[in-house]
Design a protein around this ligand. Sequence first.
Ligand code: 13P
Ligand code: SF4
Length: 315
Amino acid sequence: MDKLKLQQEILKLKKEKNAVILGHYYQRHEIQEISDFVGDSLALAQKAQQTQADIIVFCGVHFMAETAKILNPQCKVLLPDMEASCSLAESCKAEDFAKFKAEHPDHMVISYVNCSAEIKALSDLICTSGNAEKMVRSLPKDQKIIFAPDKNLGGYINQQTGRNMLLWNGVCSVHDAMQAESVMQLKAEYPDAPVIAHPECNPALLKVADFVGSTKAMLTYIQQSSAQRFIVATETGILYEMKRENPDKEFITLRDNKHCACDDCAYMKLNTLDKLYRCLKDEQPEIIMTDELIEAAKRPIVRMLDLSRQLGIIK
Ligand code: 13P
Ligand code: SF4
């Protein structure tokens, strides 16, 4: 089936089954085109919690679909490709993390949402890149904290807040591999273009960035900036939304310098239009979790959402 036909069939099935398609900014453009809602991990979690649909087809990675199931357990949650994992989630196994946590009994645990439900169940509070700094600032200054699993995001928050959180040694394989040198070369070529970067990037890159923020925060920055072009240090799927919102602005990516596709998240790109169609048709692969795990993982996520509302980060 060609792209348009496939998109039409998906939309038809979606209506018949009272399903909703939630898509992350890093998804393939043809998936974002037909998603009911496209957003960052925080906004998608909120949408998943609020939807009245019978089925959520989550076009993102496994931990995001799992979060949707935790927040809306009556809903059938489908993920087009079950192999769509995340290097951060992979870096932090529950058994190892439980041991690490037990070694620091006086610390509370804040986990970045990019982790498995089992890690969430071992956490006191969840954060996303869109609210991490505010979540940490909301805690007493002398509170000892373990931050997992992203050492780059955790290090950046430490630097911004003056805290000394204990960091789990995980990284996003995509953002961590982006090089400050590549950015500096692009900066020399396009001196008028501000560098915008996701906080999962390595510290050397974040040091040369003009703006650091979550996917949603980067989009807001571009809209509010008078600059005409931007050097973008994040996964390239987001270019679809950047160009859609700002048709007159220009976006330069690290691949423009290195001529490689290293800024693609292989996990995110596992979801294809074809797999989305089949998954909606067959109603699988489905996210299945025990009630106990859902309950245990829900507590720190709900705490994050409540706190985010109180702090005015979300409505
Ligand atoms: P956001 O929270 O900004 O959507 O990012 C999720 C992610 O996986 C970034 O690599
Ligand atoms: Fe995980 Fe990085 Fe892919 Fe985001 S871009 S899903 S953090 S591997």
